[in-house]
Design a protein around this ligand. Structure first.
Ligand code: URA
Length: 278
């Protein structure tokens, strides 16, 4: 194993040997909730936490990007999802290309968050990525730079990506549920998230990712439109506007809660397995 990989796994608290911590959870398998892949193999739609199926460090030795399955889009889930009725402004964004959408975000005054922002944080990465990671909203570093996840949490996110053979900007796109920093790093209000959602929606239409990974409860709740804990949402293939969606912990939370890094690692392994089968 390379030194770099060891460093990443150390950073994640998973080295030298990763073992599942604690007994298997009661909900041993979690049913998929995405109809488009209902007929797929059980490996896609459920996660066994039994010893045999536990992800190991070696299980990740192959780069996720190397699988031929990563070369194709799944038209049943990613391509043909009809637009849900969102904000009335959604119609305005529907035909926009990238430059138009970026310009629209840069000049947005639809919610009060625009008043305190320094820069809008549109999103960054490969505009044809198969992987889309969605956080909650920019913090101070991101507001200053105009790029998502550039602070401490961003460093951890980069390490999490590297641990599964991914790299910011290479087959990965990173965005947030809101494009402007909520003052004092508070959570975005539902109204603010709702005003910003048509932008995210159009980004997803343009990117056509195969899999979305929501980082943390705020992102998950805003995407799913229902209250739930990350703990209750992990290990399931959910859906956002027809695209498979997996939930894991927010990197900023993981910086404060080291034991949950192992759970995030499980989630990443689950995401890789899910992606392989899409
Ligand atoms: N936290 C987020 O949710 N998004 C960012 O861009 C940075 C920190």
């Amino acid at each position: 194993m390379s030194t770099r990989r060891n460093e990443i796994l150390k950073e994640l608290g998973l080295w030298p040997v990763w073992r599942l911590r604690g007994p298997p959870a009661a909900d041993n398998t979690a049913e998929a909730t995405i109809p488009g892949i209902a007929g797929a193999s059980p490996a896609i739609v459920s996660r066994s936490r039994s010893a045999g199926a536990s992800p190991t460090v070696d299980a990740l030795s192959g780069s996720a990007g190397a699988s031929p399955a990563f070369q194709k889009r799944s038209p049943s889930v990613a391509g043909g999802a009809p637009a849900l009725p969102l904000d009335p402004r959604a119609a305005e964004f529907m035909g926009m290309d990238w430059p138009q959408l970026k310009a629209s975000v840069a000049g947005c005054t639809a919610c009060p968050l625009h008043k305190d922002r320094n820069k809008t944080v549109f999103g960054v990465g490969d505009e044809q990525a198969e992987w889309l990671f969605i956080g909650e909203g920019p913090g101070a570093d991101e507001d200053a730079k105009g790029e998502p996840f550039v602070g401490q949490a961003g460093k951890l996110l980069d390490n999490m990506l590297a641990a599964i053979g991914l790299k910011r900007g290479k087959n990965v796109y990173i965005a947030n549920t809101v494009k402007c920093r909520p003052p004092g790093n508070r959570n975005p209000e539902p109204l603010e998230a709702a005003q910003c959602e048509p932008y995210l929606h159009r980004q997803i239409e343009l990117i056509r990712p195969k899999l979305i990974v929501a980082l943390g409860k705020v992102a998950a709740v805003n995407l799913l439109k229902r209250e739930a804990s990350v703990a209750s949402l992990r290990g399931k293939v959910l859906a956002y506007q027809g695209t498979p969606l997996i939930i894991t912990y927010h990197p900023a939370y993981l910086l404060r809660s080291l034991p949950d890094k192992a759970k995030a690692w499980e989630d990443l392994c689950f995401a890789v397995e899910t992606m392989k089968n899409l």
